[in-house]
Design a protein around this ligand. Sequence first.
Ligand code: GLV
Ligand code: GLV
Length: 323
Amino acid sequence: MTRPFIYVTRKCSKEQLQPLYEIANVEMWPEEEIPCPRELLLEKAKKADALLTMLSDAIDKQLLDEAKQLKVVANLAVGFDNIDVRYAKERGVVVCNTPDVLTDTTADLTFGLILATARRLMEASDFVKNNQWKSWGPLLLAGHDVHHKTIGIVGMGKIGQAVAKRATGFEMNILYHNRSRNEEAESRFGASYASLDELLAKADFVICLTPLTEETRELFNKEAFKKMKTSAIFINVSRGAVVNEDDLYEALTKNEIAGAGLDVFLNEPIEADHPLVGLNNVVALPHIGSASFDTRYTMMNLCAENIASVLKGEEPKTRVVVK
Ligand code: GLV
Ligand code: GLV
C-alpha cells in the first residue's frame, strides 16, 4: 500500500508533527512568514490525502473540487472561516480546528490588549524609547481604568468565558451577548446577558470574540459604534471582517469612541500606512491571539493527531461540525 501524502502549508515544528511522519509522506512549505503560494497549494492538494492549513489559506470550492484524494483538512486555528466547511462536508472531507487548547492563551492576549489600549502602554513605551521622557507630570500619558468598569463580551464561547473569568479578578461588571444564553458564564462569573444594543450602550470595553459568519460580517458598523459610549474602547480578537474598518476609523477620528485594540484586520497582513494604525488611540497587533510557544506547539500537535486519526479511519478529537 502506498503511504498517504500530507501537505503542511507552513513551516511547523517536526517534533510536533511526529504522528504524521510515522504514517505518511509529509511535505512542508519551508517558510515561516511567507504563505505557500496558491498555485503550489492547488498542485499539492491534488495529490494530498490530508492538508495541515493556516487561517491564511483559502480552502474553497475550487481547491476541494480538484483535491480528489483529500480526506481531511486540519486548520491550525480555532476559526475556520477560511474553509468552505459545508462544501467540504458534501465532498466527504473532514475539517478539524484547534479549539480549547488556545482558549487561555487567547484570553490572556485579549486582556493584554484591553490593558494596553486603556492604559496606553504602547504609547508610553515609545515615549521612553524615543527619549521623550523629560519630567513626570500629573496627567502624563493618563488613560482609562479597567478595574470596576463594565466589560461587554460579544460572543460568549470558551474564549469569551475565559475573558469573563479574568474580568472577575478586575472586579468588572460583566455583560455578554451571544446567540444563546450561556448559563455557565452567568453562574460562574456573574455575567449578565444583554441584547446587543444594551451591551453597546453600557459597556466601557466592547470585546469582539464572535466567529466570522454571514450573520456577523460587519456587525460592528457605523450604527453599532454610534450606540457605544464616547468613552468606550473597542477590542477585536476575532476576525477583521466582523468590523467595517472605515466606520471604525470614522468613529475613532470623530471621537464617537475612545480607542481600539485590534489583533485582527480585514486584509491581513496590513502595512504601517493602514489608516487605523496611524491613530494614537489604536493598538494594532499582527494576529497573535494564540501565539505562545506552548500553545502553538500544542495546536500543531493537535492538528497532527486529528489528521492521523482520520487517515486511520478513526474519529478525530476536534472535528468541525456544521449543520
Ligand atoms: C486565530 O485567529 C484562530 O482562529 O485560532
Ligand atoms: C473558542 O474555543 C470559542 O468557542 O470561543
